[in-house]
Design a protein around this ligand. Structure first.
Ligand SMILES: Cc1ncc(COP(=O)(O)O)c(C=O)c1O
Length: 435
């Protein structure tokens, strides 16, 4: 076999058309008919289909309450309000995630405190969480980043010790398990995006799940005007349903959302979501089989490691959203990760280094005066206390240079996957030839 790197004129590792191995979501006639049915009956704005979707979603997670929202950001905002985040409070979150995990705290009058990460899992380091707790900390927002479950045992014991609520952001990890339990159900509330790029992909949408009635009531009252008070009890469409809140205090404000937001999901997404959910577990299992097959073959190859929990740990990565590899430059003679990825692209693999933009380095945190306090909102909402020190999150700051995209296989097709395995192995084993 000619093992010369493609970047220097050798044969490309990827020889075959990958077909639909990367195509996602999988849309069949069943999805089309479900959406068409909503359109034909003019049901885009109701909630009857959504209520069915919520029941199925709650059942899947074995929780009492599931609230569909129009996107994941709305579900996280509602979860923060749900657990009582308000003026002067702090939420602890990782900086290496999308802004939506934490930024909605600003509009509740709260500020964000960033904690550092565990290098292997890219999720919150419990020891750093504990260092960042103050008497203002109201919630820890845990992101199961790139599908990897966070260390929930340690985080829940910190939560208990300090009486702080835990919000799980499950946007990357639908169906992932932690010690055999589905993520989103370990903290006090789970919130997640189910937009089209995610592993559970339904269009634009979000979900909040909880067993806590108080959190549920507050989340509903915050952004679902039609599920509270007089409006709910007089609206013929949902009389008899248990999906509007029975809360005397909050129902006083019925018909007006407390947040001033409208977070109702579009029922085209609910209809699509019901079909996608029905097939999700089986499709997720095939993804797991394909991704584990890929990484199993790369075990022991220098310079690269999988970003996955150990086998038999009881932890899984759900649908393996946006899978990454971890880069160990010292095993490849300090080869620059950009060069490594360039050589892979020449082999036919679509890859690049990098992760999310670090929140704590972004001007919206450091400079933006969003609500007219005369100083950055990040500082104003913390009573003048918060500041960012460069180098304060050492692991978070190096991780974007130590991670690269790997193919997200949706089907278990060894003949195709093997070609990608060969590409990674070839580049890693010939790293000394790359300048
Ligand atoms: C970790 C995480 N949280 C929250 C969101 C926000 O969800 P949405 O885009 O549906 O508002 C996303 C992505 O979109 C995400 O990746």
């Amino acid at each position: 076999m000619n093992n010369e790197l493609a970047i220097y004129g050798g044969p490309m590792s990827i020889q075959d058309d990958p077909g639909d191995i990367f195509k996602w979501p999988i849309i069949t006639e069943e999805d089309e008919l479900a959406v068409l049915n909503m359109l034909k009956h003019g049901k885009m704005s109701g909630i009857d289909e959504t209520l069915k979707f919520e029941k199925e979603f709650a059942k899947w997670h074995n929780v009492k309450y599931a609230l569909a929202c129009n996107n994941g950001t709305a579900s996280l905002h509602s979860a923060m309000y749900g657990v009582g985040v308000g003026v002067g409070d702090e939420v602890i979150c990782q900086s290496l995630t999308i802004w939506a995990s934490a930024l909605p705290a600003f509009s509740l009058g709260a500020s964000i405190v960033f904690a550092d990460l565990d290098k292997q899992t890219m999720t919150l380091d419990p020891e750093d969480i504990e260092r960042k707790i103050t008497d203002k900390t109201k919630a820890i927002i845990v992101v199961h980043y790139m599908g990897h479950p966070a260390n929930m045992d340690a985080i829940m014991s910190i939560s208990k010790k300090h009486n702080i609520k835990v919000i799980e952001d499950v946007s990357h990890a639908h169906g992932a398990l932690y010690n055999g339990k589905i993520v989103g159900t370990i903290g006090h509330v789970g919130a997640m995006s189910v937009m089209s790029e995610k592993s559970l992909a339904i269009g634009e949408g979000g979900f909040l799940i909880t067993d806590d009635k108080n959190i549920w009531d507050r989340a509903v009252a915050f952004g679902h005007y039609e599920r509270t008070g007089i409006y709910a009890s007089t609206s013929t469409s949902f009389i008899g349903e248990d999906k509007y809140i029975q809360n005397t205090e909050l129902n006083r404000f019925g018909g007006f959302p407390l947040g001033g937001y409208k977070y109702r999901i579009n029922q085209l997404s609910s209809a699509l979501g019901r079909v996608q959910l029905k097939h999700y577990r089986k499709r997720m299992e095939e993804i797991q089989k394909a991704m584990n097959y890929f990484w199993d073959q790369l075990e022991g190859v220098p310079g690269i490691r999988s970003h996955r929990p150990p086998k038999d740990s009881g932890n899984t990565k759900g649908g393996w959203y946006s899978p990454k590899g971890l880069y160990i430059p010292e095993e490849l003679g300090e080869l620059n990760i950009d060069k490594f990825c360039e050589a892979l692209r020449a082999e036919g693999v679509l890859t690049k280094p990098g992760l999310n933009v670090l929140m704590h380095e972004h001007p919206v945190i450091n400079e933006a005066d969003i609500y007219g306090h005369g100083i950055p909102t990040f500082v104003a909402n913390s009573g003048g206390k918060n500041k960012i020190n460069k180098g304060s999150l050492p692991v978070s700051e190096i991780l974007p240079n130590l991670a690269f995209d790997v193919p997200w296989f949706k089907h278990y097709r060894p003949k195709i996957i093997d070609q990608y395995v060969n590409a990674f192995r070839k580049v890693a084993e010939n790293a000394d030839k790359l300048e």
